[in-house]
Design a protein around this ligand. Structure first.
Ligand code: UDP
Ligand code: MG
Length: 341
């Protein structure tokens, strides 16, 4: 029987999880009883929550054989929690969904339908985003449009992480081991046959978004620097442009001095030029710094995440190596692979 694994990253989602699982379990029941039955499983990833999220997950696991849980050693952020979940997932189709019920689990059968028709990746595109402020919608829209202009692998507009991947797309994704992970971009980079499904995004079931504007800004920087070197080029062009303007200005200043003499004036112009150039230089340095910092993080070659506890679903009952050896083995495999290159 083909296997479906739903990966759910959760950080302080204790309030939503039970309701989420109830809705997901109803979808699973429906899928198991369909004409083409599926072996369904859900993997909850606890991203170092500080509330009772992990306790709720564990009780769900005890009550339902289809539940697997993964606890990270601390909060690594959604992108890494998702990566950890996808690394642990082993299924013919994997669905990624948020725990806050903003993405409706009831849409999973639709995603599966397209998967059966031969799509490798089926992603949800939000037509509306209920319960989100005008400013958030506006900044999100701007971000997708900037990314579209800058990136060589454009991220589809208004598309979150809610999606389905088949095994070959998942395996391809697992080979991308960069530390600065902008998942939406990585999902797109993989390519293959992708299809979008339009849906309405609901408001959060409980709690608050973990992404404030500062985090979103850093997330946007992550996206841009991971998928584009255009800002570095912008620095070059701004430099060239400034040099050209400075040259024209120099000609004008010399000409004026030759024709009209050279009284000691021009303090304001001097200040303006010095400050402007200083500003441009700092900006360019800052841009280079953004990339250099990321290079530094990448060069350290730390493991992407550490696992505290991994419990597979009782449905499978297959013996898994202990989590630490699993991460170590993965990083050793990776090291030998890169050494071979
Ligand atoms: N999340 C996570 N780790 C974090 C922050 C968020 O695993 O550090 C999870 C969170 O529990 C939720 C999903 O990522 O399931 C999306 O987060 P959120 O709803 O806060 O983001 P938004 O929908 O506002 O973009
Ligand atoms: Mg949300």
């Amino acid at each position: 029987m083909p296997k479906l694994c739903v990966v759910v990253p959760a950080y302080n989602e204790g309030e939503s999880l039970r309701e989420f699982h109830a809705r997901l379990a109803a979808v699973f029941d429906q899928l198991a009883g369909a004409s083409e039955p599926l072996d369904c499983e859900v993997l909850y990833v606890d991203d170092g929550s500080r509330d009772d999220t992990y306790a709720v997950m564990s009780s769900l696991r005890e009550a339902d054989v289809r539940v697997a849980t993964l606890k990270l050693s601390r909060n690594f952020g959604k992108e890494l929690a998702l990566t950890a979940g996808l690394d642990a997932a082993d299924a013919d189709a994997v669905v990624v969904i948020d725990a806050d019920l903003q993405d409706p689990p009831e849409l999973i059968p639709v995603l599966l339908q397209h998967w059966r028709e031969g799509c490798d990746v089926v992603y949800g595109t939000r037509s509306t985003r209920a319960g989100e402020s005008g400013l958030k919608k506006f900044t999100a829209a701007m971000f997708y449009r900037v990314m579209e202009k800058l990136s060589a692998t454009p991220v589809p507009r208004d598309t979150g992480d809610f999606r389905l991947m088949n095994r070959r797309a998942l395996d391809a994704l697992k080979r991308l081991r960069e530390r600065q992970r902008f998942m939406k971009g990585l999902f797109t980079w993989v390519g293959y046959k992708q299809k979008s499904v339009i849906y309405d995004r609901d408001p959060r079931f409980a709690g608050e978004s973990k992404f404030n504007y500062w985090r979103l800004w850093n997330f946007a920087l992550e996206g841009i620097t991971s998928f584009s070197t255009a800002p570095l080029k912008i620095a070059t062009y701004v430099g060239v442009g400034t040099a050209a303007v400075a040259f024209a200005f120099a000609v004008w200043v010399f000409g004026k001095a030759l024709l009209l003499g050279d009284p000691v004036r021009g303090y304001p112009t001097l200040m303006v030029v010095v400050l402007f150039l200083g500003g441009v230089q700092l900006m360019a340095l800052g841009m280079i710094g953004e990339y250099l910092g990321r290079l530094y993080l990448e060069a350290k070659q730390r493991p992407l995440y550490l696992i505290d506890a991994l419990h597979s679903s009782r449905q499978a009952e297959t013996a898994l190596p202990s989590p630490d050896t699993a991460t170590m083995a993965a990083s050793m495999r990776e090291a030998s692979r890169s050494a071979l290159k």
